[in-house]
Design a protein around this ligand. Structure first.
Ligand code: AFP
Length: 333
């Protein structure tokens, strides 16, 4: 058996959270997210043996076909989060309504928004998928924990994280100041620190957008992409590469390694004005992570963090990544 590389003092997620002075209530949530991810990773590894990568035969709140694993991952996450008395409510991509766990006390401070299995259309091709979490704190004084209160909690984002289920199971986490990454040791179910201070390179030569929608791009996005495609002889004076993983978690993870820009824009077609991605459990957590690593996140040409969604599952156009690339795109508006 391979010995694990001993680095960063062989720090576990728990050690790291202690070192950050994380409150027990918030640390408890992140531990449960890690435990849920460990369980989801195990189900993913065996999914093809049981046919769980296949469609479940039902449509979710987004009007998208659910895979069996979408529902399994949702159930695992809800089971873990529902045991925590500090959690007032849950918003999951997979169900239309707010979930209020039985154990939630009236003074429970946190609301959790999550996508249990992002990129699940990759399951049948054994491609990368992920889980995303955003931790919001309810504003005082606490009211009825309903949709209005969830939306009012958006400015109080306390933590964001994703787990990428690739060849390795990696968690990337921020409490707002720095971004750290952890890798799962499946033998013990423990996440170990890999990097304590991830930063997104300021400049890059890679862009990430679904080019199949090119005919629906609005003018600013079309102009930005055209400049990238023009390469050395265009206004950018350098060649660009294009990547599209079809799972936001995988595309955003690449930003932390190589830099670049990820765009899911508004599309100029019926029903396309808000793009595809959901604010509460896709765009908002990724924006917190990217900005904590020195990158930028926008919707249109405005900071994404200033956006206020109109519902639990509201969509929002998104662009995030290396500062120079995001500012260049914003400059075209
Ligand atoms: P699925 O969960 O339905 O696979 O969607 C994943 C996703 O929301 C996001 O993770 C990707 O970036 C994006 O959709 C991919 O969208 P396209 O369908 O345009 O490739």
């Amino acid at each position: 058996m391979l010995e694990r590389v001993q680095d960063a003092g062989d720090m576990t997620l728990g050690d790291w959270l202690d070192g950050q002075g994380t409150s027990p209530a918030l640390a408890g949530i992140l531990h449960h997210f890690a435990d849920a991810a460990d369980e989801i990773a195990a189900r993913l590894r065996h999914a093809h043996l049981h046919g769980e990568q296949q469609a479940a035969g039902q449509i979710n709140v987004q009007g998208e076909e659910q895979k069996q694993l979408d529902i399994i991952a949702h159930d695992i996450a809800v089971e873990h989060f529902s045991t925590l008395p500090q959690v007032a409510a849950l918003v999951s991509e997979e169900v239309p309504d707010l979930i209020v766990p039985e154990r939630a006390g009236p003074a429970a401070p946190f609301i959790l928004c999550f996508d249990p299995l992002d990129g699940s259309s990759n399951l049948e091709v054994n491609g990368a998928v992920g889980s995303i979490l955003s931790v919001l704190e309810r504003p005082l004084p606490y009211g009825a924990c309903d949709e209005a209160e969830v939306l009012a909690s958006v400015p109080n984002q306390r933590a964001a994280a994703y787990v990428l289920y690739g060849p390795a199971t990696l968690m990337v986490l921020t409490l707002g100041e720095t971004v750290a990454s952890f890798s799962l040791d499946e033998a013990t179910g423990t996440f170990h620190l890999v990097e304590s201070d991830l930063s997104i390179p300021e400049t890059a030569n890679e862009f990430s957008i679904n080019m199949a929608h090119q005919r629906f791009f609005t003018a600013p996005v079309a102009a930005y992409v055209e400049e990238c495609l023009a390469g050395e002889t265009g206004p950018r004076g350098k060649p660009f590469n294009m990547r599209w993983a079809a799972a936001m978690v995988a595309d955003v993870h690449r930003l932390f390694v190589r830099g670049g820009i990820f765009i899911y824009p508004a599309l100029d077609k019926p029903g396309g004005a808000k793009g595809k991605l959901r604010f509460l459990y896709e765009a908002h957590p990724m924006a917190m992570l990217v900005e904590a690593a020195g990158g930028r996140a926008i919707s249109g040409n405005k900071p994404l963090r200033d956006h206020r969604p109109e519902g639990l599952h509201a969509r929002v156009p998104v662009a995030l990544g290396s500062r120079e690339e995001v500012e260049r795109l914003a400059g075209h508006y």
